[in-house]
Ligand binder design. Structure first.
Ligand code: F6R
Length: 609
């Protein structure tokens, strides 16, 4: 998830690009760059780090005679966040500049072809293939060359391209990644997001998927991938800057909850193939090593620990390997028994949580192999692990983890299935079935999000409630734990997450009228037991909310409120089942007028023990 801005028109180009990029820093901020078209040359300036670094570098340059330019602020998905990998990227002859948001799934194959034809690559990015492909099509109009690229590139992508022989022209293209055009008077803008040009115009052109757009100072033309003209649809932007940054949502947290279908789709990209296999090429661990593993440990904190809890069920069920899970701050102090045959997985969205880093350092010192799961490319966790799997959720600004959690669940499910595949512990047909179902998760989450109003109505009844329990068994247990944590941290309400079967061993004494008990019962092999436990809570006067699969008649008998999620396999269902709980916490908190994006006493990254 990166920020893109492009401009053609009479203004000093950097005066549009630099503020535009600064407005997009919330989309990514590990490096940034611009290219300015000077008529017969293009000047490219790139810097690792925040926008201020680029701004300082551009300040000393005389590039303001330019006629157009493109800029990019990056959130790395491919290659370390350094100056070389910052966008724009260029071809061998420096005649093309490309900025890109998204992932080109088949970049490695495209790159091999280009290298075989003599191209040399400067960066580790997938994006650079586009510049070299367009270089080879110098005799075609730029829009046609971009159409050809779009036909060959798989994945979700938004591209914006300039070429030295075409001053005053920017060509953009999009597929499943945002790209919008701002229309001005004798000038036009193209960007991944509205805030980039909102100070200049409120007239926007909407771009659909698989469209190519030619932007000149006086005109905007859209075609499909066969070059057929497509009607240009305009819209007036009513949002102010703050609303535009949040994509029209009132808070970053709600925006991020709604981004989950895309985040999950991105996380799956290139990792599940059409034949039903899991592909984790980036893991770069020898299969022999993975076959020799005799025990798995998963360590993490907070929400990430709840992903570890789900991972225990998944990895044990699918690989028959024993799995221990640890809250990272406890791990090294309990003197765990580790050796070279132990596989240790550290999960941390930020990749900087000190407890998780200390845990994996300890494991490596014992000779164990460490896999890091992080949302931040080149984070300390990524650098210090033997291998890394990234969640591709994009930057998460709300302090409470939402889209990084569901993508962690997806990554841990992929890892579990991959281990099962490599170790031959599961029938390939059964793996294929789960992989096929995983591909439907983005749609399934989308359908849960459509129940937002229904969930808001339930939440409205709980404004004065002081005590909540969240209960579940098996895969539903980590979901319940996460539901309780969300409510605690953003609504400041006491909420206990418990294994449903454990209530009768003590906590049931707390159930009385006025206590709300949220049960999660989507895991079919324990569902009837969870429902019996919920009966016990109801008999003591608790108000019951149940998250169940669609069409689950039994639940209605037990519950005051039922929230349905699409049917799915046990464990995969965790991804959909947690979404109503995120929304429930969100609505309870916002009804109290609380700032859900910045809950009190919390930090997004915890770098102290
Ligand atoms: C809860 C939350 C925290 C983090 C925890 C670990 O919404 O965000 O509980 O999950 O601080 O952070 P990471 O995953 O960055 O290691």
């Amino acid at each position: 998830m990166c920020g893109i801005v492009g401009y053609v028109g009479p203004r000093p180009v950097t005066d549009v690009l630099i503020p535009g990029l600064s407005r997009l820093e919330y989309r990514g901020y590990d490096s940034a760059g611009i290219a300015v078209h000077g008529g017969d040359t293009m000047t490219v300036v790139k810097r690792a780090g925040r926008m201020s670094e680029l701004e300082a570098a551009v300040a000393g340059l005389d590039v303001n005679g330019g006629r157009g330019g493109v800029g990019h602020t990056r959130w790395a998905t491919h290659g370390a966040p350094n100056t070389t990998n910052a966008h724009p990227h260029q071809d061998c002859a420096a005649s093309v500049v490309v900025v890109h948001n998204g992932i080109i799934e088949n970049w490695a194959a495209l790159k091999s072809e280009l290298v075989a034809r003599g191209h040399s690559f400067a960066s580790d990015t997938d994006t650079e293939v586009v510049a070299h492909m367009i270089e080879e099509m110098a005799d075609l109009p730029l829009a046609e060359a971009v159409r050809q690229v779009m036909k060959r590139a798989d994945g979700a992508l938004a591209l914006v391209v300039m070429r030295v022989q075409d001053p005053d022209l920017i060509v953009g293209a999009r597929r499943h990644s945002p790209l919008v055009v701002g229309r001005g008077d004798g000038e036009n803008f193209i960007a991944s997001d509205i805030p980039a040009f909102l100070e200049h115009t409120r007239d926007m052109v909407v771009l659909d998927d698989d469209r190519v757009i030619e932007v000149r100072p006086e005109s905007v033309t859209i075609t499909d991938l066969d070059g057929n003209p497509v009607e240009v649809r305009e819209r007036k932007i009513e949002w102010d800057f703050e609303a535009a940054e949040k994509g029209g949502y009132p808070t970053f947290m709600l925006k991020e909850i709604h981004e989950q279908p895309d985040a999950i789709a991105d996380t799956l990209l290139g990792r599940v193939d059409a034949s039903g296999q899991v592909q984790l090429k980036e893991l770069e661990l020898d299969d022999r090593l993975l076959r020799a593993v005799d025990k798995v440990f998963v360590v993490a904190c907070g929400t990430s620990y709840h992903a570890a809890m789900m991972a225990k069920y998944a990895i044990e069920r699918w690989t028959r390997l024993p799995v221990e899970i640890d809250i990272a701050s406890e791990f090294r102090y309990r003197d765990p028994v580790l050796d070279a045959r132990s596989l240790v997985v550290g999960i941390s969205q930020s990749g900087e949580t000190i407890d998780t880093l200390a845990a994996i350092r300890y494991a490596r010192a014992q000779g164990s192999t460490v896999i890091g799961v992080s949302n931040v490319v080149d984070s300390a966790l990524a650098r210090e692990s033997d291998a890394v799997l990234y969640t591709r959720a994009g930057p998460e600004i709300g302090v409470a983890a939402t889209k990084t959690f569901t993508t962690q669940l997806v990554v841990m499910q992929l890892l579990g299935l991959y281990l099962a595949q490599v170790r031959g512990s599961m029938d390939p047909g059964a793996i294929e079935q789960l992989v096929t179902e995983m591909r439907t998760l983005p749609e399934a989450v989308k359908s849960v999000l459509e129940r937002d109003d229904e969930i808001a109505k339930i939440a409205a009844e709980f404004g004065d409630v002081r005590d909540f329990f969240f209960l579940g068994r098996s895969g539903d247990f980590p979901v319940a734990m996460e539901g309780a944590l969300k409510l605690k941290e953003i609504a400041y309400v006491r909420a206990e997450g418990y294994a449903a079967g454990e209530m009768k061993h003590g906590p049931i004494a707390l159930i009385e009228p006025g206590v709300v008990v949220v049960g999660v019962a989507t895991d079919n092999h324990v569902k009837s037991k969870t429902l019996s436990n919920m009966e016990e809570m109801r008999a003591r006067g608790g108000t019951i909310v149940l998250v169940v699969e669609e069409g689950d008649g039994d639940a209605k008998e037990v519950a005051d409120h039922v929230i349905e999620v699409p049917r799915g396999s046990d464990l995969l269902c965790t991804v959909t089942a947690v979404v109503p709980l995120q929304l429930l916490a969100y609505h309870i908190a916002t009804a109290k007028g609380l700032d859900v994006d910045k809950p009190r006493n919390l930090a997004k990254t915890v770098t102290v023990e």
